[in-house]
Design a protein around this ligand. Structure first.
Ligand code: BG6
Length: 487
């Protein structure tokens, strides 16, 4: 494992108070992530206090954490590493109240030698978030603390404004970290490096050269045990108003004056301000056949498990360039891509039948998987007589660098940033509220859901939505397999 460079971790020991400590996200991501951060030496010291509705004791919580690491951790704990981590865990059931939480925090802090900080992580549904905030306030744990909030940040503009108002009664905006784990993904940050660390791409990053953009995040997953949450949320609120719009902002923003939280937020918020309100005519909502029969789902549910939409950023850089977004459950493939289609040449001198343009425009594609990939596709000549053209590509895969082991998972990266007080990859109240504003018409008058077969790419209407273009997925040519290339 690579040595942790100095200065990447927080300065002070941390008490992490994890609400929702036995829930799905905690087990899948947060507990394994905290284990890695502690074990790999990213934090000077820490104590983790789990809080949840479950009336269990600390030993039972340790067993849950151990199982979570075994089931979901990408790095399995060795016995001594586990024992060291287990000793850092404590647990307070919600029913024990604020005084018990305060006592546990005091004990944790007393175990550190000097100054420490608190990180509250609210991995709970929206209706529980404010009562957790109230409990932290009652326990006197607001000082020296930061708080990570999980989406959804409201369900529309009015509820987001109310939520932000209530939060601000207890925590200042500086203390609040609204997490969007897509921004913690290594390739999302690589968009910034790609655009602003090179002189090559930024000059063509605009309406003069780019024809349209697709942000496409199909998932093969169904809902598992999340139907209760999902019924209230749907694909638009779960994925678009959060992850896809945030990625869109990184892709579309102007160069910030510095790579710092405030300038980056300013530029992202300018993108959101320039977004035109989403017109329901440009939206396809879908529901996979069989969804209504799932446990916890209303048999007449109108919740969308799929959404595709066209949106626009009405500024000098992007006016007239359509942005197509798509995501949904139980689709044909799991992918997370941004695909940028370039304009075709103004005139072609290639003979009829040469194949020029036959495989769509030139594309730049980012794969947002942790092991990120990028490709630039273009036409080149097929060897031999005459002039036949083929689509070729330049590809980069993180695997090729040998640095794949250094990738921090999105939640790990973001927890570390919050501990350091770095807001760069978090979203602001202003940004969120604007996104609800551009979504208002769609939320008020959503088009009817259309059914699609599980394992498909969504309802048929998606093709009309992008016409005269075509969806980039499924890829005509698969990504090059870096392991195969080497052999
Ligand atoms: C979550 C959504 O925020 O992101 C899930 O609630 C979705 O519905 C998930 O499956 C996708 O994240 P990732 O990192 O697995 O692509």
């Amino acid at each position: 494992m690579a040595k942790v460079p100095p200065g990447v971790g927080p300065r002070f020991p941390q008490v992490v108070i994890l609400f929702g400590a036995t829930g799905d996200l905690a087990r899948r991501k947060l507990l394994p992530g905290l284990f890695h951060l502690a074990n790999a030496g990213f934090m000077p010291d820490c104590r983790i206090i789990g809080v949840s509705l479950d009336d269990i004791d600390v030993d039972a919580f340790r067993s849950i954490a151990r199982k979570a690491l075994d089931d979901f951790g990408s790095r399995k704990p060795k016995d001594d590493a586990w024992n060291e981590f287990a000793a850092k865990l404590d647990y307070v059931p919600l029913s024990a109240g604020a005084a018990a939480l305060r006592a546990a925090a005091d004990t944790a802090e007393a175990s550190f030698k000097g100054e420490s900080r608190r990180l509250h992580y609210l991995s709970v549904p929206p209706n529980a978030a404010l009562s957790a905030v109230g409990m932290l306030n009652e326990a006197g744990l607001v000082e020296r603390s930061r708080i990570i909030m999980e989406k959804p940040f409201g369900t529309d503009l009015a509820s987001a404004v109310t939520l932000n108002g209530k939060l601000h009664q207890v925590f200042s905006e500086e203390q609040i970290f609204r997490i969007d784990h897509f921004l913690g993904k290594e390739p999302a940050q690589n968009i910034l490096a790609f655009r602003f660390a090179n002189g090559l791409f930024e000059p063509i990053w605009n309406r003069n050269f780019i024809d349209h953009v697709q942000i496409d995040v199909p998932e093969t997953l169904g809902l598992g045990t999340r139907a209760g949450f999902y019924e209230q949320t749907g694909a638009f609120r779960d994925m678009v108003v959060t992850h896809l719009f945030q990625i869109l902002a990184f892709m579309a923003m102007e160069p910030p004056t510095a790579l710092e939280p405030r300038p980056i937020s300013e530029e992202k918020n300018k993108v959101f301000r320039s977004m035109l309100a989403i017109d329901p005519i440009n939206v396809v909502r879908g529901q996979y056949a069989g969804y209504r029969a799932e446990t916890g789902v209303d048999p007449e549910s109108d919740t969308e498990t799929f959404i595709a939409l066209k949106c626009a950023i009405d500024n000098w850089r992007w006016a007239g360039v359509p942005f197509y977004l798509r995501t949904g459950k139980r689709l044909a493939e799991g992918q997370r891509i941004i695909s940028i289609a370039f304009r075709e040449p103004p005139k072609s001198m290639f003979p009829v039948g040469s194949g020029v343009g036959a495989q769509g425009p030139d594309h730049l594609t980012f794969d947002l998987a942790d092991a990120s990939k990028m490709s630039l596709s273009f036409y080149g000549k097929r060897p031999g007589p005459g002039m036949r053209l083929d689509k070729l590509s330049l590809q980069f895969a993180m695997h090729d660098t040998g640095l794949i082991g250094d990738v921090l998972e999105a939640y790990e990266r973001l927890i570390l940033d919050a501990m350091r007080g770095d807001h760069t990859l978090f979203t602001t109240a202003e940004g969120i509220e604007r996104l609800w504003e551009v979504s208002a018409e769609l939320l008020e008058s959503p088009p009817p859901v259309r059914f699609y077969e599980p394992g498909s790419w969504g309802p048929k209407a998606i093709h009309q939505l992008v016409a005269p273009h075509a969806w980039r997925l499924p890829f005509e040519r698969a990504w090059r397999d870096p392991n195969k290339t080497k052999s």
